[in-house]
Write a protein of this length. Structure first.
Length: 298
């Protein structure tokens, strides 16, 4: 697949921002792109990790992503959190069951320069295994995240799923032990209608990846025009957990899932999915990627 040249990406960003997000200034007046992807990675070690990645000045966080590398399923994501001021994203992970496998952690944020700042919503449960949070009308949810303040050695993330209208996200966990907080986050923004533009804001879904091969990687279906923001997913299967959310604002977002019993030596997040099936048995483990997208037509 041929990727858009940087100049075309700026044009696409300007069109979408102008029709939907109300950019801080015309694209021609900006020395920097309207949309940027920022990334920060940690060193590899067996220790729990937190990575913070920030947006450029005058830009807001619209989506947070992150993943572990080289953990062979033995490291669990415990936080994928937009900061309260929406200027940075915070991603955390820790070894499962006191493991000693070295791993690294990467954090991503999609940043946009807009006149009106997005807003963060949050909802917390102290006992439940799942939690939802909604954006207030008339805003839509472009990014989502979670934070697990309970014993992460025994709790795994298996659902980070926006609804079909992009107004709510559900965070679900599995495993044993429920004491402690579980928080769902959403990044909400008001749609700005521009005369002559048809705005299409929608939840994109990828083809489920099924079978017994781990880790699993699932990609959103391709798009021809617009921007991709937050990436979520749902995974099923014994011992499985979501451990990667790769943001691609001008492409197809990717989610990865693994299980704690996976053997070393399997692919990391940037490799293609190995097992894809449209007709896999219902009892097969599966991974489905979902995400928030904006497209405009003039």
């Amino acid at each position: 697949m041929v990727k858009a040249a940087p100049t075309m990406r700026v044009i696409v960003a300007a069109v979408v921002l102008g029709a939907v997000l109300a950019p801080a200034a015309p694209a021609a007046a900006l020395p920097d792109p309207l949309i940027t992807l920022q990334e920060q990675a940690s060193e590899s070690s067996p220790d729990p990790k937190t990575v913070v990645v920030s947006c450029p000045d005058d830009a807001w966080v619209f989506a947070v992503g992150g993943w572990t590398d080289d953990s062979s399923g033995q490291a669990l994501l415990t936080r994928l959190e937009p900061a309260a001021d929406l200027r940075s994203g915070i991603v955390s992970a820790r070894p499962a069951n006191g493991g000693t496998t070295p791993f690294s952690l990467t954090a991503q944020v999609i940043c946009a320069r807009t006149l009106v700042a997005p807003t963060r919503v949050a909802n917390t449960t102290m006992q439940g295994i799942s939690i939802e949070v909604e954006c207030p009308a008339p805003t839509v949810m472009l990014g989502f995240g979670f934070a697990m303040g309970r014993n992460a050695e025994n709790r795994r993330l298996d659902q980070l799923e926006p609804d079909g209208d992009l107004t709510q996200v559900t965070v679900g966990t599995s495993g044993v032990g429920q004491t402690g907080s579980l928080t769902a986050y959403g990044i909400c923004h008001t749609v700005v209608e521009t005369p002559g533009a048809l705005i299409n804001i929608y939840r994109a879904t990828g083809i489920p990846v099924t079978g017994q091969t781990w880790p699993k990687l699932a990609t959103l279906l391709p798009m021809t025009f617009g921007l991709a923001f937050g990436v979520g997913a749902i995974v099923t299967g014994p011992g499985s957990h979501l451990d990667g959310f790769l943001l691609r604002p001008f492409g197809e977002g990717v989610a990865r899932a693994d299980r704690i019993s996976t053997l070393p030596g399997l692919p990391i997040l940037r490799t293609p999915a190995r097992t894809t099936s449209l007709m896999g048995p219902a009892e097969d483990p599966s991974l489905t990627t979902v995400g928030a997208r904006i497209g405009t037509f003039h």
